[in-house]
Unconditional design. Structure first.
Length: 891
């Protein structure tokens, strides 16, 4: 018999409260084990959760148990099999409080809930996607399934029994190992999963559905056999073969590089079409957005292949960095995310090309993290406070977090870094750790003091590193003066000097690093200068000629660099720096400056021009056979329009940037036309498609060349013929991009867009590309197209991939139409975000971050964006997620 439980309607409490790191306290109760039963029915899911709990020593017997709950209500609550008295329970909007619990010893708390997964449009907790039951619990989704101590420092073992209809739900999965299956009669069956590794609730997962399976095996280095499974929607399992290959390569790599072995009998991945992010590392049961699993050459680009490889590796690597060792609280999120991004970047560097991967990572960091760190959404890698944790899965936490791990490696050297990682795994396995725990392992393993380095975790903003040189030719002596400044930003965190590892080389005229003596000043370890103070200098002697300074090699610290290199120095480095990353950066810096200058000319009504020596440097990098094609493609890819906007910094006019960039593409294309055409012919090798890095590099180079050629000739024909003759998605999509972006509305562009839709209309992942390519067209009319597409029969606001393809691409990727001078782009996005917010607040909040750079634009656009944001802020019904982003964007 269910007794009446008091439900107290209350104002939202914790939802809109600021959570602060200094208020962290361990829970008064410990959880020992969790036993769950899920009964899946078409119209509801019944959940019974039994938790074994114990009051911690020293906790007062009067202290109640507070459990989190979100959009659920309890059907039954029992302690040690006895229903609780109603006066001992209080239920409110954010959870429940239980009083009069046993003072000593363990007790069993049973709570029953009933869920409606089909109605769960937030895609957090248990929901259904295309008829498949699946879960997403990070960060706070488990509380949407049952009342629980839903926080990462509460670790428990889980036993999960799932019951469902045998025919329509043949696949029943959860974390850990499968220990029992059986028949229940009446067409129903069950499965029991046991996860022996204590884990926090955010790593809980359950899947039920009718799915196809791709299966394989893996033997670990110590000889354990693991069954690998990738489950997909019916008929799509063939598309998972590359993902399976990437998984096995990841497993081998983690054994070799970090000595980390897999620990369960099975490792399952389920690919789902409705998913809020890329993927989720649930213990033994990763759940993926199917965009990061399904591939074939006809429908996936090379960057899709690379994306699958990265995400598969990333989630797998979390098994140690995140799952075996988790985070004490969500402030420590970078402990698992930054570290795991670092690990996946290293994996890609080893599997593909290290310099090309480093260039791509730094491009990504500058495109996403720098604007975040330099605007109103700024926060340190380890935030000190948050209102909605979902909004802190940011580029700062992930990508800058990875840079901090990389800096530890640069400071310590590879040997001591590995020793520190080994110590971390050994000491904290099975624990919920902090950044302090992590850093301490490296200090102990190396004997170095990292206290000044650790400031990086707590200080928001991008430091500016200034380097100037003084060369005394007669003494053969070079003095470098280095200084660091961190401006106070919106986060208001400290701005103290940090320990910055600066990798460098002194390049001689023969293209080799010169050997010099360190005379004194800042400490230098091999090729790394350790800058610890606000300003330091270092002197090198024994130099027979003036070297060309190659500083901040491999982007050894995430800073804005100001140096005193001349354009001639940069051209020298672009030609012969032995450090490939800096060779790229030298050219990229020249191009950045040229684009800023060309934009200023456009605004003054002048002709934008490029120094012919720079154009020649680009042409000769394209044709330099000594460099691999992927690297050449990077050398040739101009900074993006938003890169240029960031370099300009304020009073930005996106239309002027676009015109300047097109003019420069045209000039380089014109100068290199013959060489580019000849090279394009050489690159167009026939043969079966292969997604390997070398082949992908050749396609990337050929497609950059096509962009230059079409800019220079003004002729859509080469792109149109590449489009129609394409045998893979990389070439087809590159051609379609050029047609629709450079020749919008032309018969060639319209024909290609129609053909693309007809060909691929049944493939949702390709249709996302069709939406995205139109949403990013650099013309003001793109807004009308996007508005029309938002009523297209294939547009679904409730599907995150589709919403991101149209609205996310438009807001974050269309500098011109989103930032239209009349403000119509801002207003349209604000309206759409408001509608989306009712369905899925995580996605609406994420898309809203596109407003973060609004203060950089010229007065009129700035005013329009401000108005749109204020209007959104004035709505009374925003979710906590969206409210948080809008409020912070306005601060
Ligand atoms: N850990 C998840 C992200 C969860 C996001 C929750 N809003 C995927 C990843 O980083 O691997
Ligand atoms: Zn991650």
């Amino acid at each position: 018999m269910t007794r009446k439980i008091r439900i107290i309607p209350m104002q939202r409490t914790d939802n809109n409260q600021t959570i602060r790191i200094e208020n962290y306290r361990p829970t008064p109760f410990e959880v020992r084990g969790v036993d769950m039963v899920f009964r899946l029915f078409p119209d509801r899911t019944e959940v019974e959760t039994t938790t074994e709990l114990e009051r911690r020593a020293g906790i007062d017997a009067a202290e109640p148990l507070r459990l989190s709950g979100d959009e659920i209500s309890p059907k039954r609550i029992a302690v040690n099999e006895t229903e609780v008295a109603s006066h001992t329970v209080t239920v409110d909007e954010n959870g429940l409080t239980l009083r009069d619990l046993p003072a000593n010893g363990t007790f069993r708390l049973r709570i029953d809930t009933v869920l409606d997964p089909a109605a769960n449009s937030k895609l957090m907790g248990l929901y259904s996607s295309n008829g498949v039951w699946c879960t997403q619990c990070e960060a706070e989704g488990f509380r949407r399934i049952t009342y629980f101590l839903d926080r990462p420092d509460v670790l428990a073992t889980y036993r999960v029994r799932i019951e469902a209809d045998k025919q329509s739900v043949p696949v029943l999965l959860s974390n850990g190992n499968l220990t029992e299956t059986g028949d229940l009669g009446e067409g129903r069956h069950y499965a029991v999963w046991d996860d022996p590794f204590p884990k926090p609730s955010y790593l809980f997962a359950l899947v039920g559905g009718d799915l196809d399976l791709l299966q394989d095996r893996f033997r670990t280095q110590s000889g354990r056999d693991v069954t690998l499974g990738i489950y997909t929607e019916k008929g799509r399992a063939n598309g998972a073969t590359y993902a399976m290959d990437a998984l096995k390569r990841s497993m081998i790599w983690d054994e070799r590089r970090f000595g980390r072995e897999y620990d369960l009998d099975v490792f399952n991945i389920v690919a789902i079409s409705d998913f809020n992010m890329g993927a989720m590392e649930n213990k033994g049961l990763n759940i993926f957005n199917h965009k990061y699993v399904l591939l074939d050459p006809e429908t996936a680009t090379d960057s899709d292949y690379a994306g699958v490889e990265t995400v598969i590796a990333h989630e797998y690597f979390h098994n140690w960095t995140g799952n075996r060792i988790t985070c004490r609280d969500w402030f420590q999120l970078c402990l698992k995310e930054g570290l795991t991004v670092f690990r996946d970047q290293e994996f890609t560097a080893d599997e593909r090309s290290a310099p090309v991967k480093r260039i791509a990572s730094v491009r990504g960091l500058k495109a996403h993290q720098f604007p975040e760190d330099q605007g109103p959404l700024q926060h340190p890698v380890r935030p000190r406070e948050y209102r909605e944790i979902s909004n802190f899965y940011t580029s700062t936490v992930y990508d800058k977090g990875a840079e901090l791990v990389r800096m530890i490696e640069t400071i310590l050297g590879k040997g001591d870094f590995r020793a520190g990682m080994d110590l971390y795994f050994e000491r904290h396995d099975g624990e919920a750790a902090t950044i302090e725990d992590f850093v301490r392992c490296f200090e102990e393993a190396s004997g170095r003091d990292l206290s000044r380095f650790a400031r990086w975790y707590n200080q928001a903003g991008t430091p500016v590193l200034t380097v100037t040189q003084d060369f005394d030719a007669s003494a053969g002596r070079l003095t470098l003066r280095l200084s660091q400044v961190l401006a106070q930003g919106s986060a208001g965190t400290p701005t103290e000097p940090v320990h910055m590892p600066i990798r460098f080389g002194l390049v001689g005229s023969n293209g080799q690093d010169m050997i010099a003596r360190v005379e004194g000043g800042a400490s230098v370890d091999g090729d790394v200068i350790h800058l610890r103070e606000a300003a330091e200098s270092v002197t090198f002697s024994g130099l027979s000629e003036r070297p060309t300074l190659s500083i901040l090699r491999d982007f050894s610290a995430p800073v804005t660099l100001k140096d005193d290199l001349t354009p001639a120095d940069r051209l020298t480095l672009a030609r012969l720096d032995p450090n490939e990353f800096n060779r790229w950066r030298a050219l990229s810096d020249i191009l950045g400056e040229a684009l800023v200058d060309a934009t200023a000319r456009v605004r003054r009504g002048e002709e934008p021009t490029l120094d012919p020596a720079v154009a020649d440097a680009l042409v000769s990098s394209a044709t330099n056979e000594a460099l691999d094609a992927a690297f050449r493609a990077q050398m040739l890819s101009l900074p993006s329009e938003s890169d240029v906007a960031r370099l300009i910094g304020m009073d930005v006019d996106p239309l002027a940037i676009h015109r300047a960039r097109e003019a420069i593409l045209m000039q380089v294309g014109g100068r290199g036309m013959r060489a580019f055409e000849a090279l394009a012919r050489d690159l167009a090798g026939e043969g079966p498609f292969s997604p390997d890095a070398a082949s992908a590099g050749r396609r990337a180079l050929a497609n950059v060349l096509l962009d230059y050629r079409s800019a220079a000739s003004g002729d859509p024909e080469p792109a149109a013929s590449q489009y129609s003759g394409a045998t893979n998605m990389t070439d087809r999509l590159a051609a379609l991009g050029i047609l629709t972006h450079r020749f919008p509305g032309s018969p060639a562009a319209e024909a290609a867009l129609d053909d693309f839709h007809t060909r691929f209309q049944a493939n949702d992942l390709v249709i996302d590309k069709w939406f995205a390519i139109q949403a990013t067209s650099p013309s003001e009319d793109a807004l009308e197209t996007v508005r029309a597409l938002s009523t297209h029969p294939q547009f679904r606001l409730s599907n995150p991939n589709r919403a991101r393809a149209l609205l996310g691409s438009f807001a974050a990727g269309n500098q011109i139409a989103f930032n239209r001078a009349d403000g119509a782009g801002y207003r349209f996005v604000a309206e759409m975000i408001h509608s989306l917010d009712r369905l899925n607040p995580q996605i609406s909040a994420r898309i809203a971050t596109a407003f973060r750079s609004w203060r950089c634009f010229e007065t009129n656009r700035r005013g329009q964006a401000h108005e749109a944001l204020e209007e959104l802020a004035a709505k009374g019904d925003l979710s906590a997620d969206l409210r948080d982003i809008v409020d912070r964007s306005l601060r």
